[in-house]
Design a protein around this ligand. Structure first.
Ligand SMILES: NC(=O)NCCC(=O)O
Length: 280
């Protein structure tokens, strides 16, 4: 019998302050739940501006403890109320001065399932992330949620095929890729890399990018969030490149089984021959 997961991603623009940004995302949870979504992922660093356009210690104050900080707790209550799984990309303070670019995963009953910490940290013009984040050290968790097996791979991570594979090996059925990326830099990659990862690893990918130009720099975040299936087919339309949008799509898990039966990539891979990939 086929299993269909109604999944959602939300892209939006910086509102100008943290509290209203949180409220916009709370409304997105209500809207997604009203449309029957069972799981929802937000964009990278969802409640802030994309502050990595500048290198300024004032933005360290956006970090909070996961799961004990107020934002996780606020969204745990909302997940429980609406019976929806939430993926929350946030700025994490493990302890003062020890900071990560992280996503917390909340189950449909509001329980905290764990976190993914972005492994690959860019330091390119307008994306000065090494100033703010340590490289992730928490492995490749796949979360057994009420709706299915969910993995997370954050923005710049997506250029590195190894992590996509690790999430596949851990059993991911859907991998969310919350992002903040700009038109001039990466638009030519955006509809190429995640579909390729979905094909190579035989799972669904939900890709999310914020929209608009923010006051901290000239990055033009181009949205165009989408879901793509394990045959690299977009599930419905790709979202707007300028406007906030909630994307809700039905993902048929029978397709995942069909491509795995057809291709058997997990049988035919040759880990014993891949030593050069892990040589320092
Ligand atoms: N947020 C982030 O990692 N951006 C880097 C640029 C990119 O990889 O598209």
């Amino acid at each position: 019998m086929s299993r269909v997961i109604r999944a959602a991603v939300f892209q939006t623009a910086w509102t100008g302050d943290k509290e209203s940004m949180i409220q916009v995302h709370e409304q997105a949870v209500r809207d997604a739940a009203a449309q029957g979504a069972q799981v929802l992922c937000f964009q990278e660093l969802f409640y802030g501006p994309y502050f990595c356009q500048v290198q300024d210690p004032q933005f360290y104050e956006y970090a909070e403890q996961i799961p004990d900080g107020p934002i996780v707790q606020r969204f745990q209550a909302l997940a429980r109320e609406h019976g929806i799984v939430l993926v929350l990309p946030m700025y994490e303070e493990e302890q003062p001065g020890v900071l990560y670019n992280t996503a917390a995963v909340i189950d449909a009953d509001g329980s905290y399932l764990g976190k993914y910490r972005k492994h690959h940290i860019p330091q390119v013009k307008g994306f000065w992330e090494k100033f703010y984040f340590r490289p992730g050290n928490a492995g490749w968790p796949v979360f057994e949620t009420a709706v299915g097996k969910i993995g997370v791979y954050i923005c710049y991570d997506r250029h590195f095929p190894e992590g996509w594979r690790a999430l596949g090996l851990e059993g991911a059925e859907i991998v969310f890729n919350p992002s903040a990326t700009s038109r001039g830099l990466s638009a030519y990659l955006w509809q190429l890399e995640q579909p390729a990862a979905a094909v190579a690893n035989e799972y669904f990918v939900g890709a999310i990018n914020r929209v608009g130009v923010e006051e901290l720099g000239d990055n033009d975040f181009y949205g165009t969030s989408y879901f793509v299936d394990p045959e690299a087919q977009f599930v419905g339309e790709v979202a707007s490149d300028k406007e906030p949008e909630l994307v809700v799509r039905d993902l048929d898990m029978a397709k995942l089984r069909a491509v795995r039966d057809r291709w058997q990539f997990y049988r035919d891979r040759r880990p014993e021959a891949y030593g050069p990939l892990t040589a320092p």
